[in-house]
Design a protein around this ligand. Structure first.
Ligand SMILES: Cc1cc2nc3c(=O)[nH]c(=O)nc-3n(C[C@H](O)[C@H](O)[C@H](O)COP(=O)(O)OP(=O)(O)OC[C@H]3O[C@@H](n4cnc5c(N)ncnc54)[C@H](O)[C@@H]3O)c2cc1C
Length: 308
């Protein structure tokens, strides 16, 4: 490894948390290397980011992501735009190797890798017609008089249903709970769309169709199962944090989220976690940004302390 690849902080992830960490880190005088893929992370799935302060009427998620990426880049640092394959200990610090096999070292690491949507278990979970991003894949159904299912009841499910209701003939929102788990503002908007049907207390038990989804097998409240013909399905049934590249015995909580202390440090000294990948109580852009800023400040203090 050459000195050119030695940094103060390795930042993994270019979502709101990682980009804010990079922005604050460089401005603090820390030399950062940033690994990532999509500028803005999961914001590519957010049609309109309506609750981030400073944008009356909202801002498209992709626009926010690209502008924040540009803002962070302008402060310097190295943006590899490659995914990190492994993060390990390297003496007192850390070593990271990316998908191109290039290795980097740093005194601290900030994991801001977010989380990915969970698939339904069982066969055909990768079939055509099973989707996770309504903004990206919803337009495939435009002009097709489609009936689309959204599975889930949280804010992400709400956004899928609202986006798809502009494209599809009908949207069916299927969820296991009796009540919707989304914000009241989303519930009101959904109630106002006459092409969104609600199916509470209903569980999807399987897909109908082989390579292409043609319907869903559902367990209905009255007991028994039915087949619901649909042209496509959008899942928002849960999340799984992206931690597989951490090759260290780090503590996690239920569901695999990284456990952090009040300084946002994980159980590995010098390794911090920001945003949706950690044990947060609010999975939002605002909290991800705040975590990113706090992580970098705490990492800078950690480096100063360890240098005596
Ligand atoms: C449909 C939908 C609607 C939403 N609506 C809102 C909303 O209205 N308001 C709001 O505040 N929030 C909303 N959210 C939530 C918001 O998008 C997240 O809370 C936020 O993006 C979390 O930021 P993050 O930086 O922690 O993670 P992410 O945005 O997930 O970014 C993490 C990035 O790290 C990358 N990564 C993972 N592993 C690696 C690796 N090994 N190497 C390099 N990179 C890696 C990931 O691919 C990803 O690009 C919504 C989410 C969805 C899905």
């Amino acid at each position: 490894m050459t000195d050119a690849n030695a940094f103060d902080i390795i930042i993994v992830g270019t979502g709101p948390a990682g980009l804010t960490a990079a922005l604050y880190g460089q401005r603090l005088g820390m030399n950062c290397v940033v690994f990532g893929d999509v500028p803005g992370g999961n914001l590519y799935m957010v049609e309109n980011l309506a609750n981030f302060p400073g944008f009356p009427g909202g801002v498209p998620g992709t626009e926010w992501g690209v502008k924040t990426f540009q803002q962070a880049q302008m402060e310097g640092g190295l943006f590899t735009m490659s995914r990190l394959e492994s993060l390990e200990k390297n003496g007192d610090g850390f070593a990271g190797t990316d998908v191109n096999g290039i290795s980097y070292s740093a005194s601290c690491a900030i994991v801001a890798t977010g989380r990915v949507p969970i698939k339904l278990p069982g066969p055909h979970s990768d079939a055509k017609g099973v989707n996770f991003c309504s903004v990206c894949d919803g337009p495939l159904f435009r002009g097709k008089d489609a009936t689309l299912a959204v599975v889930g009841s949280d804010n992400a499910a709400a956004q899928h249903a609202l986006t798809l209701s502009l494209i599809a003939h009908k949207v069916v929102l299927i969820y296991r709970s009796r009540e919707l788990m989304m914000d009241a503002v989303h519930q009101e908007r959904i109630a106002a769309r006459d092409n969104i049907d609600l199916m509470p207390e209903t569980e999807v038990t399987g897909y109908v169709g082989l390579d292409l989804v043609e319907g869903l097998e559902i367990a209905v409240p009255s007991g028994g199962t039915e087949t619901l013909p649909v042209d496509g399905v959008f899942l928002a049934i849960g999340w799984s944090p992206n931690t597989e590249m951490i090759k260290l015995p780090v503590e996690t909580i239920d569901g695999g989220y990284l456990r952090t202390d009040e300084k946002l440090m994980t159980s590995i000294p010098g390794m911090f976690a920001a945003g949706d990948v950690r044990d947060t109580d609010l999975y939002q852009v605002l909290t991800g940004c705040a975590d990113g800023a706090r992580c970098v400040l705490n990492a800078a203090e950690f480096i100063k302390r360890s240098q005596g």
